[in-house]
Design a protein around this ligand. Structure first.
Ligand code: AMP
Ligand code: MG
Length: 416
């Protein structure tokens, strides 16, 4: 890996370039495991699934009514057929239909091969022995044909695909009871900083609560990740180095927050260059400029900034796509929306900004967005109140109220 950003004066990488470098560097894991269908929700299918059977497997009725042969119909005449039995859902009629005969059928019941038509029960008259069909009886109706949902051997789901509830239902209807899915990504994370205090302990002067680990715990809560919380590590170069090496041994990825900038106590990049390789460490985004990406042994490393909002933004825009790529999932194209900005937004050119916004829609569907409040990268409340990011391009010099802006909905769990 080449360190393009090794010089303090080195240019910040545009986010598109950073993502391209991540994609070129990270090799998808390509390891799979077989799981029961019930355990497959949210997992990434690693092999295409083909239908092992036809569905429906037999011709059956789409209505409660009577099954008969369309050969009985004579145009412009009523007719009556002898009722000789019943086909229930789960208990097929065992006999054979002869000319002049029909059977009672219920929805989902097998239709005997001699019949090709169903008439709804509401459209006939019955005296218990004879069924009287109306003059306008039509043949071929309300029949569910063999394989009309899926033909045996047809492609049911292509790979990769994140399995959702509908997929589970589809596979179950084909009798598929287990599937091959990509193995989860093993991820370690910890916070760095002498000022950090664990929740539940009192705050002394100069200390703050370690909130980043809780946000990361939430962001990494995905069935495709096995996340290990390694706690807080102070600004101690030696200890940090030991923990870096330990984390890199047993995980596919490890993530730290804090200590990645250029302050006296910011050791992350230095340790990464000593024990591994730095790919880049400065991105032209706000919040989130200092972000180290590299590798120690076979383990990929993301050193996120310390400021809590920057942690969330860099996770959502950089780490999350990287993890999905490593997992072997398909890339998602987030839907971009345009909205009229009702706030005036300050911005200096040079970095792409993700300002926290509140998106609303009027009765005819027009989108409006307002700033959700103060934009400092330590201000979590305005992020918590936001439902979108107002994305301001590198060259933008600010927005006047009434101008059109592009927004990203705050990424949700639905990512494939
Ligand atoms: P640093 O990058 O280490 O200089 O941290 C930048 C800012 O983020 C400082 O104000 C830190 O106190 C704060 N910070 C760092 N780590 C955390 C954390 N785990 N939780 C909350 N704030 C943090
Ligand atoms: Mg620090």
């Amino acid at each position: 890996m080449i360190d393009l950003c090794s010089q303090e004066s080195s240019p910040m990488l545009p986010i598109e370039d950073a993502l391209a470098r991540i994609k070129n560097t990270i090799h998808p894991l390509k390891a799979s495991e077989t799981v029961l269908l019930k355990d497959a929700l949210g997992r990434i299918l690693s092999e295409a699934v083909y239908a092992p059977i036809n569905s429906p497997n037999e011709t059956n009725s789409a209505m409660d009514g009577y099954a008969f042969s369309s050969a009985e119909i004579t145009k412009g005449r009523e007719f009556s057929l002898n009722l000789i039995g019943t086909s229930w859902a789960g208990r097929p009629f065992k006999g054979v239909l002869q000319a002049g005969q029909c059977i009672r059928v219920f929805t989902g019941a097998v239709v005997p091969s001699e019949a090709d038509s169903i008439i709804m029960q509401e459209h006939v008259e019955s005296d218990g022995q004879w069924i009287h069909f109306p003059i306008d009886t039509i043949g071929g109706q309300h029949i569910r044909e063999v394989g009309e949902d899926m033909r045996q051997g047809c492609l049911l789901l292509a790979s990769p695909k994140k399995l959702n509830a509908i997929d589970l239902g589809l596979l179950a209807s084909a009798g598929v009871c287990e599937v091959s899915v990509n193995r989860p990504v093993k991820i370690a994370f910890f916070s760095t900083g002498d000022e950090l205090t664990e929740l539940g302990k009192p705050l002394f002067s100069g200390q703050i609560y370690d909130s980043n680990r809780y946000a990361l715990h939430g962001l990494l809560n995905d069935i495709n990740y096995i996340a290990t919380d390694m706690g807080v590590i102070g600004d101690d170069k030696q200890l940090l180095e030991e923990r870096f090496i330990e984390a890199a041994k047993n995980h596919d990825v490890f993530i730290t927050t804090g200590g990645v900038s250029v302050g006296e106590a910011d050791y992350v990049k230095e340790i990464l260059s000593r024990c591994g390789e730095v790919n880049f460490w400065k991105i032209a985004i706000k919040p989130g400029k200092p972000l180290a990406f590299g590798k120690i042994g076979d383990c990929y490393f993301f050193g996120l900034p310390g400021n809590p909002v920057a942690v969330i933004v860099t996770f959502q825009y950089i780490v999350s796509p990287a993890l999905k790529h490593l997992l072997g999932a398909t890339e998602t194209k987030t839907i971009k929306l345009a909205a009229i900005c009702t706030s005036t937004l300050k911005k200096a050119p040079g970095r792409q900004e993700y300002q926290r916004g509140i998106l609303t829609q009027d009765a005819v569907g027009n989108f409006f967005v307002a700033s959700s409040g103060k934009q400092g990268s330590n201000i979590m409340k305005s992020l918590s109140e936001a439902n979108c990011y107002i994305v301001l391009p590198v060259a933008c010099e600010g927005i006047q109220a009434g101008e059109r802006v592009m927004i990203d909905l705050i990424p949700s769990d639905e990512w494939i």
